[in-house]
Design a protein around this ligand. Structure first.
Ligand SMILES: [Zn+2]
Ligand SMILES: [Zn+2]
Length: 263
């Protein structure tokens, strides 16, 4: 029996072999895709990973309890209310953009304050144990720091009464942005920081460098406050080019010319 006849025979062994090769190729492409975009290729440490699992669990438990308690108390005492009536799309957009930029401002200044001793040692150091972030780093935070950052939402709702439809967008943004900036991989296109329009939105490289170099890049959603206050790491834009996927391959003619000139 020829190979093709064996493959098309429907024999369970043939099906298993096809599945094996197809999944192998898919996994190879998949892992290559991520490896080429890895920001710190050798950054993983088991000791840090254990710290992240432990503090992630402690943080989620305590900050969820504390923030839940605070929000319930504020709601039942009439300090917080949301508007449950339907809203036009542009009203939702306006309320969302307001919350987004106010949180970005709130986060930047509290974050900078948390880098001052001894607040750094007592509150923020837990999160900075991770010098090469991964998704778990998002939750590996001292509960007190989560309470400070999470406290934005009740404060915002005490100041503005927004629609519940807007809240459905505001609430997941924090965790999605957190996972995004701690993903350890740069997925944005290479032109991102070269375009005046897009460079104002945070990249994973931006926050990754905050974990590696500490005293630069404090912004959470945007680098706007960092650009305004001169706290953008000077090599940030140059290092954005570092992951393999960002490096442009030289044209074949250039390679030929280079090897010819090397002789
Ligand atoms: Zn920090
Ligand atoms: Zn972080």
């Amino acid at each position: 029996m020829g190979m093709w006849a064996f493959i098309t025979s429907g024999n369970p062994l043939a099906i298993w072999l096809i599945a094996f090769f197809v999944s192998g190729i898919a996994l190879g492409i998949y892992s290559g895709f991520f490896r080429a975009r890895r920001i710190q290729p050798n950054g993983f440490k088991w000791s840090v990973f254990r710290h992240e699992v432990l503090f992630g669990a402690i943080n989620i438990t305590f900050s969820a309890l504390a923030l839940g308690f605070l929000t319930n108390w504020l709601t039942s005492n009439g300090y917080i209310a949301v508007n449950n009536e339907p809203a036009a799309w542009w009203v939702i957009l306006f309320e969302y953009v307001l919350a987004f930029f106010l949180f970005d401002t709130y986060f930047y200044w509290f974050h900078r304050a948390m880098h001052i001793q001894p607040i750094y040692k007592w509150v923020h150091l837990t999160h900075h144990r991770s010098t090469s972030p991964n998704l778990l780093t998002t939750v590996s935070v001292n509960p007190l720091e989560s309470f400070i950052n999470g406290g934005f939402t009740p404060l915002f709702l005490m100041t503005f009464t927004v629609h519940s439809e807007t809240m459905a967008f505001i609430l997941p943004t924090n965790i999605i942005m957190g996972l995004y900036v701690h993903s350890g991989h740069e997925f944005l296109p290479r032109w991102w920081n070269k375009s005046w329009v897009t460079k104002w939105f945070i990249t994973t490289t931006f926050h990754d460098q905050h974990h590696k170099y500490f005293n630069w890049n404090f912004g959470g959603y945007t680098p706007i406050w960092d650009y305004l206050c001169g706290t953008v790491r000077p090599k940030y834009e140059a290092d954005f080019e570092q992951p393999k996927a960002r490096q442009s391959k030289p044209a074949p003619s250039a390679v030929v010319a280079e090897s010819a000139s090397n002789n």
